[in-house]
Write a protein that binds this ligand. Structure first.
Ligand SMILES: Cc1cc2nc3c(=O)[nH]c(=O)nc-3n(C[C@H](O)[C@H](O)[C@H](O)COP(=O)(O)OP(=O)(O)OC[C@H]3O[C@@H](n4cnc5c(N)ncnc54)[C@H](O)[C@@H]3O)c2cc1C
Ligand code: FES
Length: 286
């Protein structure tokens, strides 16, 4: 939590008010919001914030920006219902409430090359799953020589739902980086990637399975089939597999129980979990 004595706001229940600098529609349903916070969040990749407006409500939104963005925070918000519907009406220079950062997130030290050698990093994102994983991919790409081979598999339903394509083109220029972009269906639109599900390229991955870290984020149905495909083709230890889960959240602080899966609080213990942590929680991936 961002509650150091000299932080702007040490009460985790009171939002910081952030000024919206950019509102950029990315698809019919998803809009990128870039906001200026009164102070840097100092987040870890994979963490989230509670975003909202006083008197309206708030909802969990993933941090999508990298680590070197200072007080600038980027989020992609899908118009889903009450709160996100109101947030979608906001314009440049309007204010938005932000609490956080919350959750476990990823430790970049796990991903960096070390004296045991270089790691293969496999990141599989389905749909909106790319939004939180972008906060992990940006710092890896910014310091690529500190990391091993990166394999990204990014799936969307149709071309018009594909996110961050320009940035993905830039990532493709990095050394030792292979990116497969797929859509389930071209829906008669122009598409220069592949057609199929994110499970399809998995068997072709050229990885050192004992020295591979696998990261997954996407719709719940994706986890089951991706993990089946991984287990059929590779012997990646469960503690090297990370899943980024989504549950309904209210406090974000492990107090209200809204996000609880048995003894685990998704907001506090997650949303990023090692697969080995979920061995006795089969309902976590449904
Ligand atoms: C850790 C975490 C990170 C998230 N990151 C993002 C993000 O980066 N961008 C984004 O757009 N959304 C994200 N979400 C989902 C977002 O929190 C919900 O879409 C939001 O709470 C909907 O609020 P609402 O008031 O607009 O909708 P409501 O009026 O509450 O509900 C509208 C519809 O959305 C469904 N819904 C509500 N909450 C969820 C949920 N958590 N999961 C699935 N369905 C839900 C409801 O069942 C209903 O059908 C994240 C959720 C979590 C837990
Ligand atoms: S959201 Fe309240 S306990 Fe997790």
């Amino acid at each position: 939590m961002n509650n150091t004595p000299d932080s702007v706001n040490s009460n985790p229940y009171i939002p910081m008010m952030a000024e919206i600098q950019l509102v950029e529609p990315l698809t019919e349903r998803e809009t990128l919001f870039r906001v200026l916070l009164p102070e840097p969040l100092n987040h870890r990749p994979g963490q989230f914030v509670m975003a909202g407006l006083p008197g309206i409500g708030e909802c969990a939104i993933s941090i999508s920006s990298g680590l070197e963005s200072g007080p600038i925070l980027e989020m992609v918000i899908r118009k889903a219902g009450n709160v996100t519907g109101v947030l979608h009406q906001l314009k440049k220079s309007d204010m938005m409430g932000i609490r956080g950062p919350f959750g476990s997130g990823f430790d970049l030290n796990d991903f960096r090359n070390n004296k045991e050698g270089n790691k293969d990093i496999v990141i599989i994102a389905g749909g909106l799953g790319l939004v939180p994983l972008r906060s992990l991919i940006i710092p890896i790409m910014a310091h690529k020589s500190d990391y091993g081979r990166v394999h990204l598999i990014i799936g969307s339903r149709t071309p018009k739902e594909a996110l961050f394509r320009q940035q993905i083109r830039e990532w493709k220029q990095q050394p030792d980086c292979t990116i497969t972009e797929l859509v389930d269906d071209t829906d008669f639109q122009v598409w220069d990637g592949e057609v199929g599900l994110v499970t399809e390229p998995i068997h072709k991955l050229a990885i050192d399975e004992k020295n591979t870290l696998l990261v997954l984020c996407g719709p719940p149905v994706m986890y089951k089939f991706v993990l089946m495909e991984i287990k059929m083709n590779f012997n990646i230890p469960d503690e090297h597999i990370y899943v980024d889960l989504e549950r309904r959240m209210r406090c974000g602080l492990g107090k209200c129980g809204h996000c609880q899966i048995n003894h685990v609080y998704c907001c506090k213990d997650g949303p990023v979990f090692r697969y080995s942590q979920l061995a006795d929680l089969p309902e976590a991936l449904t």
